[in-house]
Design a binder for this molecule. Structure first.
Ligand code: ATP
Length: 287
């Protein structure tokens, strides 16, 4: 197997990084049930950068997302968000960080990012009111962001349950961005959408990059991430095995697992191996 590249070579080198993760270990369970989900993960995200984190099911992607949102506790390592060392934060401090809109998130299921009892307008306005923005200004900003995700103002009075899945996910994206955070963690944001909605949401996310927000885009699907990420980080069995410019990772994957991912992505086949080579790689990885 190709030699692993277990860390982001740029980690620790961006004094102004919006996210700096160093040597992150995460375990689940206690005593004999204790299992390691992430090991020695180091990754740095620069302002305005989009980093795709890809890996197969169980590789630790959601664990990474949940840890940098303070929803899962790391057993070792350092997390710095927007210059603030949050490694030792307890649940209350993490809540404060999320409420201040320093880091925002979009999950696969928009119903997890949206309160089912709040109208779309309330959902968009609430994080701004928490920040002390006047109601009239908050309402104006809610409309601006609704337009940015290409939804009509007619939806403002509806509840999330009264929208389609694609509309809901676009509201979740608008809600994550309305406070103009410097960092948004997107965990499989398009996986639950049909292909038309997937294309639209990906296009919207691409456009949002122009507004300077840094995105960590987590997906099992290299094809979804390929067109949007500046850099791609590959997780395999809880370890980062490759990090590089998206184009380099896709055209010159260095790790066997990345090679397999590239060759298995239907939209990237032209840059990839044929079926026999994929089978050979799979056999090598599972040997
Ligand atoms: N709450 C939990 N308790 C115990 N083990 C967990 C828990 N959550 C995840 N795990 C385990 O940690 C490992 C990583 O899981 P994680 O959900 O981070 O993977 P993933 O890459 O996001 O997978 P998927 O693409 O299926 O969502 C897996 O082995 C999983 O079984």
């Amino acid at each position: 197997m190709t030699a692993a590249l277990p860390r982001d070579e740029s980690a620790g080198t961006h004094p102004d990084a919006v996210l700096e993760v160093t040597g992150l270990d995460v375990h689940y369970g206690l005593r004999r049930r204790r299992r390691r989900a992430l090991h020695g993960l180091s990754l740095s995200v620069a302002p305005g950068e989009t980093v795709g984190v890809i890996g197969e099911t169980g590789s630790g992607k959601s664990t990474f997302a949940r840890t940098v949102l303070g929803l899962v506790r790391a057993s070792a390592g350092r997390i710095v968000i927007g210059g603030e060392d949050v490694s030792a934060y307890g649940p209350r401090q993490w809540r404060g960080l999320r409420r201040r809109g320093v880091v925002q998130y979009v999950f696969q299921d928009p119903l997890r990012s949206l309160d089912p009892d709040l109208t779309i307008e309330e959902s968009l306005v609430e994080p701004l009111l928490v920040q002390g923005v006047e109601r009239a200004e908050a309402a104006g900003r809610a409309r601006t962001f609704l337009a940015r995700v290409r939804l009509s103002e007619e939806l403002l009075d509806r509840l999330p349950g009264e929208l389609s899945g694609g509309q809901r996910q676009r509201v979740a994206v608008a809600r994550a961005l309305v406070t103009e955070p410097r960092l948004v963690i997107l965990d499989e944001p398009v996986s639950a959408l049909d292909s038309a909605n997937r294309v639209q949401v990906l296009q919207i996310l691409k456009e949002l990059r122009a507004h300077g927000v840094a995105l960590v885009f987590i997906s099992h699907d290299l094809g979804s991430v390929a067109g949007i990420a500046d850099r791609i980080a590959v997780l395999y069995q809880g370890e980062l095995v490759e990090v590089g410019a998206a184009r380099d990772v896709i055209t010159h994957p260095r790790h066997d697992y990345t090679r397999l991912l590239v060759s298995s992505a239907p939209t990237l086949r032209s840059a990839s191996a044929d079926r026999a080579e994929r089978d050979a790689l799979r056999a090598l990885l599972h040997a």
